[in-house]
Write a protein that binds this ligand. Sequence first.
Ligand code: ISL
Length: 562
Amino acid sequence: MQDREWFKSAVVYQVYPRSFADGDGDGIGDLRGILQHLDHLEALGVDVVWLSPLYRSPQADNGYDISDYQDVDPLFGTLEQLDELIAGLHERGIKLVMDLVVNHTSDEHAWFQESRSSRDSPKRDWYVWRDPRDGGEPNNWGSFFSGSAWQLDEPTGQYYLHLFDRKQPDLNWENPEVREAVHAMMRWWLDRGVDGFRMDVINFISKEQSFADAPAVVGQRHVDASSLFADGPRIHEFLAEMHEAVFAGRDGAFLTVGEMPGVTPEEAVLYTDPARHEVDMVFQFEHVSLDQGPASKWDWIGLDRVALKRSLHRWQVALAERGWNSLYWDNHDQPRAVSRFGDDDPACWADSAKALATILHCMRGTPYVYQGEELGMTNYPFRTADEHRDVEAVNHWKRVIAEGLDQRSALTGMAKVGRDNARTPVQWDASAQAGFTTGAPWLPVNPNRSWLNAAAQVGVEGSVFEHHRALIRLRHEHAVIADGDFTGLLENDPEVWAYVRTLGSKRLLVVANCSRRARALELGDGWTGARLLLCNLADRADVLHDGALTLSGWESRVYLLE
Ligand code: ISL
């Protein structure tokens, strides 16, 4: 019998292959590069690696547009190298989770090629085809990557749906053949030795079949229609069916993570209630949406730390009894955590990266470390539009130009929240290309590689890396972190982030000062005798004598009372 809840004490590390390490000098990260850095992952102590897509793909969305689910793109290497990676990770006690991108395929996938070949194709219904309405698009749905979510296919006279880029047509999950084909592909990967899947926008697969217009928005021709396709009518049925078809009766400790933009805590409980057999945990978006204004993700309005804290605490409480959450500050779609939520001024950078990590890793849920986050990597100093490579930013800029929108604020938004911030190469050392490649990197290396890099941190006491390593060890060692109840403290304080975890007679106290100035705290007598488990400053007393303490700027501490 497997421990079904092993993932509660686990930490996941995300690898975005294109930017992790380049083993063949073409400037693009690859499997050989990943294989060269397994010791880094082992040193950090993570339990699972989630690999962003390296399947065959025309790379319109850096691999989230897949043309063959059962092969590795030559850009990244070979299936044999992937087998080597699975073996290398397993030898180190690390599981491998693949990215499952099945809301859509690439338009170059054989399924879509066949589907678009004629209206009578047996695979026509594998995608979402609709007739024009009044000679134009079938409805007013907008694509996440600007413009309409529909693309006209001239030879057959119909439009196909693409919630993302036009090179990412949406599969029609209403068709049972589609679902069976996806299940078969998933089983093939499990047979190959992978340990589960991170499921890309999986709460979008069941669309409202009326394909009605979404509520109009003044001044917008194409609107956000997520109320008509997120958490749709048959989503729970599709996920339970997938679980049954792929995982039921299979021996092993697998992981399933549903990436679910817009998911509410109430829905998340349903998705992750173990009794319902859907997914193990959700990846929710509330806390990474708070600095976005109403117009779009590019409308950056700055951080409200109280709102951020309240949001994360609300999720802690909502999933207290049933369900499970992923804990993350950033990933390949988000700006760098320390630049967005911390303070990347060199004077505070390290302490704020550590404070953020402390806050995240001691919460209830499974923490995710996005490549480079363990080093405190920062946003890239983007200044011009042509420095961006990401399809989302490129399409946005085209729209800014075409519609004559304000260029200065668009550039600020792109620099603040553009996805390429997370995609610059991992900084392994101080050399010109940061040890990422011997060639010319596909995205420039952040100039701060001269002082911010792995070589300067791994094994170096007090580094951001060593702080992450210590936090991961704490989760492994203390059941109160994996499983304790959560109580938020000081919820209206814009600077101090504090909470308590409780399991039986054990109590864990987490305090972090999210500001540059020192802050005095009075926690009451209840904490007398608490033992300091972790701190980002060296000279702190091992035991708390009373509840009074003063935190330096960006200082964080973890205490245990048993
Ligand atoms: O990045 C986003 C907003 O800036 C999101 O809308 C993002 O597209 C959404 O979180 C879904 O992300 C996933 O699916 C996309 C892909 O581009 C992302 O990289 C992936 O994580 C389409 O497959």
